[in-house]
Design a protein around this ligand. Structure first.
Ligand code: ADE
Length: 233
């Protein structure tokens, strides 16, 4: 079984439209649906599709629960991101070769930005086999590239005011869940891939652009999954 996770309903919508035999489970306190999990078949594979909600805690919680309960063979997180690398265009798909928590900051204690204190752990790497399978994907519009994805509990709308994101951390794209998912997967030794479509340039237009380009991102995620599923059986 493969787990597919997205933060927002819009980010998993196309998966659900194409899914068969769907059974839904809501996770969270009674009378809430903070996190939704759908058991179904997609493109001939048994999958669990989850909507985590936004931010590192929500993403980590759903990832750990899915791994503990269902022990998926692979975990794939898809959705949108802001671009930090000026060569990226809206619609490009960034594969998380490396992921880092940009807002984990114990520099005052002498640790590197993003480093989990007392562990030497700063960067999580995407699973090699999944990255290779995804590198061969072609999109109707947009280019597929590998890069460094930065994650934090902040929506970034003026990235040039946080110059460390590019100058110190060398980020290509920025979002709010990927490094949390990658870290939980690493702790559990579950192969994982984070793949993000660029929805905005993390600048003054980000808030408007990210809404506008969500459907494109969702379509890219479906193209990615439909092309890599036959390669990762
Ligand atoms: N997800 C999509 N765009 C983003 C941005 N600019 N900052 C953080 N997360 C994002």
């Amino acid at each position: 079984m493969i787990a597919l996770i997205g933060a927002l309903d819009a980010e998993i919508e196309e998966f659900l439209r194409q899914a068969e035999d769907v059974r839904v489970e809501h996770w969270g306190p009674p009378r809430t649906s903070l996190q939704s999990v759908y058991h179904c078949r997609l493109l001939g594979q048994q999958v669990v599709i989850a909507r985590s909600g936004v931010g590192k805690v929500m993403a980590a919680a759903v990832s750990q629960r899915i791994i503990s309960k269902y022990n998926p063979r692979q975990l794939i997180f898809t959705g949108i991101a802001g671009a930090l690398n000026p060569q990226l265009r809206i619609g490009d798909l960034v594969l998380g070769a490396e992921l880092m928590q940009h807002d984990l900051d114990a520099t005052a204690l002498g640790f590197r930005r993003g480093e989990i204190p007392y562990t030497d752990q700063q960067i999580c790497r995407g699973d090699e086999m999944l990255l290779n399978a995804a590198a061969g994907v072609s999109l109707e519009s947009g280019t597929v590239l590998s890069g460094r994805i930065l994650t934090g509990d902040q929506f970034i709308s003026h990235h040039n005011r946080q110059s460390y994101l590019t100058e110190e951390l060398g980020g290509d794209a920025i979002e709010m869940e990927g490094a949390a998912v990658a870290l939980v997967a690493y702790l559990n030794q579950t192969p994982a891939l984070v793949a993000r479509t660029i929805s905005d340039l993390a600048d003054g237009s980000a808030a408007v652009d990210f809404q506008k380009f969500l459907p494109l991102a969702c379509h890219n995620s479906f193209q990615l999954i439909s092309q890599i599923f036959p390669r990762i059986r």
